[in-house]
Design a protein around this ligand. Structure first.
Ligand SMILES: [Zn+2]
Length: 69
């Protein structure tokens, strides 16, 4: 696993149970943002992420899953 790597998160999906915004980095790391952290506008935008991912805006820091790779 690389060290000194700053993840470049992209929003790629949403989850409903519980509500969360899913993010991923090109290195293979996955993360998510819980509903206490994101705003309604983030949620609305993330709904389109499955067909068109976009960089996570500054100010949102995801919880990081263990890398799948
Ligand atoms: Zn990364």
């Amino acid at each position: 696993m690389k060290t000194k790597h700053t993840h470049k998160w992209r929003v790629y999906s949403t989850a409903l149970c519980p509500p969360a915004i899913s993010v991923g980095c090109a290195c293979g790391a996955d993360g998510w943002i819980g509903r206490r952290d994101f705003k309604q506008s983030d949620w609305a935008r993330a709904f389109h992420a499955p067909s068109r991912s976009y960089p996570l805006r500054k100010g949102l820091v995801p919880y990081v899953h263990v890398s799948k790779r």
